[in-house]
Design a protein. Structure first.
Length: 260
């Protein structure tokens, strides 16, 4: 069993910047009485609690694989709001949820065409799907990480091969939602601009998310070297500005099933 390298404190260093996409995704959801909500990849639980309160949901379940992140969510549990340790790759449902919600988690799963079909099957008639995924994989912050992982001594030491990005083009999601029979949909690509203290903070940003996958796949003694090489390769490609402007692309999608 691999060690849990998710670090809530590292992730929360940029909590304010990460919150706006969540707010924008919530704004797409159409509230209804007594909603049953599942949040796939609930992280530290803070945003799941905000979603639960905003919707006045009857029941909200946050699913999270990382025990470290799940431990942070304990403070947010309350009436109708529960968290459970689960791999969202295993999530299944049979028309039991009024909202399947996922903020910055599904990018870790492969085959999004099949995945959307599975999430759709979990929705009740009139149910809603709301998903936000990063789409910044062509930025040097992500490209350089993948390049370093293909080099030695890292490539041969990886316990699992690095997966190519599973996130699709926005228009592909729109086509898939239509093929799945949704009555209405809203899909958009949005660029979020973040003013970080310096370009060094881009490394700290990725350490809270993307680089965690490489840390998990590498022997503990190799990750510091990986991080050192990543930093040395990345920083010269970024403007040395104070503050540093970090543009980050994300896809937001929302769709509603017919009431049948």
């Amino acid at each position: 069993m691999s060690q849990d390298h998710w670090n809530p404190a590292q992730y929360q260093r940029f909590a304010a910047e990460r919150r706006q996409p969540f707010e924008d995704l919530c704004a797409l959801v159409e509230p209804a009485p007594d909603m049953r909500v599942v949040d796939l990849g609930s992280g530290t639980g803070e945003l799941t609690a905000a979603l639960h309160a905003r919707l006045g949901a009857r029941a909200t379940l946050g699913l999270e694989r990382s025990a470290n992140m799940l431990a942070s969510s304990e403070a947010f549990g309350g009436p109708g709001l529960n968290f459970s340790k689960a791999d969202i790759a295993d999530f299944r449902g049979d028309q039991e949820w009024d909202l399947v919600f996922s903020n910055a988690a599904l990018q870790w799963l492969p085959d999004h065409a099949r995945l959307l079909g599975r999430l759709t099957a979990a929705l009740a008639p009139g149910g809603q799907l709301a998903v936000q995924v990063p789409a910044n994989f062509d930025h040097p912050s992500h490209v350089v990480a993948a390049e370093v992982a293909r080099e030695e001594p890292f490539a041969s030491a990886m316990t699992a091969p690095a997966r190519p990005p599973a996130v699709l083009a926005p228009e592909r999601y729109a086509v898939l939602l239509d093929e799945l029979g949704y009555a209405r949909q809203n899909v958009r690509l949005q660029v979020y601009g973040h003013h970080l203290d310096s370009r060094d903070d881009v490394v700290e940003w990725l350490r809270g998310t993307t680089l965690t996958a490489y840390e998990t796949a590498l022997p503990a003694e190799l990750f510091p070297l990986f991080l050192e090489r990543y930093r040395a390769r990345l920083l010269p490609q970024l403007h040395d500005e104070h503050p540093y402007f970090y543009p980050f692309k994300r896809i937001l999608l929302w769709a509603r099933r017919a009431d049948d």
